[in-house]
Design a protein around this ligand. Structure first.
Ligand SMILES: Cc1cc2nc3c(=O)[nH]c(=O)nc-3n(C[C@H](O)[C@H](O)[C@H](O)COP(=O)(O)OP(=O)(O)OC[C@H]3O[C@@H](n4cnc5c(N)ncnc54)[C@H](O)[C@@H]3O)c2cc1C
Ligand code: FES
Length: 258
């Protein structure tokens, strides 16, 4: 199926300072996106900015879908001004997905900041009693989707760097305490993570220490999103791989951090 399509903005709601929830209605039926997949969006109909921007699939609504985003620069600033009825060019769904096997006994989801965008879609897909969600942000104001998680029956373990909500500290430290206290979980748990690079690096160390398996979704600046420009490569134990094509989801032990 051709993955280039036009979509109408049906909603673009500011949910927190600098954070928006965009709902798109594709002009045609698209492949069902899976947690971990992403879309390349043109933020405007003009040629400036020329390049589409990558965003994770946050929620699949059956035909429409949602993107959760933060205004980070020019492109997302323009996107935040889009109004219902505006048209966007979209390519997707792209990339691989979080592979979840039925044999994965207990699942630990870890989201840092905007990493909640794809982790939410995975949490929504999994059965509610099968996983634990650890969710960290700099401050209370940057925690998103808490009510929506609760309405799915998910009570996340929360940490904020400044202690304004949940535990004070970084989420990987809270996870480490949990793993230490529940050492028998070592062999049963699979980690699924998305968040800023320092969080993912800390998680790689934890996974090595506790011999945990799992997957993480990476973010990298992207020009094409289609595997042709090689602008998004990361170093792995098997050589360089493209985040847009072989990723964005990689095995935790696969990434060679530089
Ligand atoms: C697979 C993937 C999924 C993503 N999902 C989401 C999402 O669900 N929600 C969300 O808010 N953001 C997401 N991002 C990041 C988002 O693509 C960038 O924030 C956006 O492209 C910035 O565009 P801009 O023009 O506003 O900023 P720019 O002016 O281009 O850059 C502003 C800042 O953002 C950084 N940046 C630019 N592009 C990226 C990028 N692709 N990844 C990381 N940092 C970048 C720049 O280095 C700079 O520091 C995702 C990125 C990838 C690769
Ligand atoms: S963004 Fe062009 S190869 Fe990945």
């Amino acid at each position: 199926m051709n993955r280039l399509f036009k979509a109408t903005v049906t909603d673009n709601k500011q949910i927190k300072k600098d954070h928006y929830l965009l709902t798109l209605h594709p002009f045609k039926k698209i492949n069902r996106p899976e947690p971990g997949n992403f879309f390349m969006l043109s933020v405007d109909s003009s040629l400036d900015p020329l390049l589409k921007r990558p965003f994770s699939m946050h929620r699949w609504l059956g035909f429409d879908f949602q993107i959760l985003y933060r205004v980070a620069g020019k492109g997302t600033g323009i996107l935040s001004k889009r109004r219902p009825g505006d048209l966007l060019d979209v390519v997707g769904p792209l990339g691989n997905k979080f592979p979840v096997a039925k044999t994965h006994d207990k699942i630990i989801l870890i989201a840092g900041g905007l990493g909640i965008a794809p982790i939410f879609s995975l949490a929504e897909k999994l059965k509610k009693n099968k996983h634990l969600l650890f969710y960290g942000a700099m401050t209370k104001e940057e925690l998103l989707c808490i009510d929506e998680l609760k309405s799915l029956g998910i009570e996340p373990v929360i940490a904020t760097d400044d202690g304004t909500l949940g535990y004070k500290g970084v989420i990987t430290d809270i996870l480490k305490k949990f793993l230490t206290q529940n050492s028998k979980l070592k062999t049963q748990n699979y980690l699924y993570a998305c968040g800023p690079k320092p969080m993912l690096m800390a998680l790689s160390l934890l996974a090595r220490k506790y011999d945990l398996k799992g997957y993480m979704a990476l973010e990298q600046n992207m020009a094409c999103g289609l595997g042709t420009c090689l602008g998004c490569v990361v170093n792995t134990v098997d050589g360089y791989k493209r985040v847009c094509k072989e990723g964005p989801v990689f095995r935790i032990e696969e990434i060679v951090w530089e």
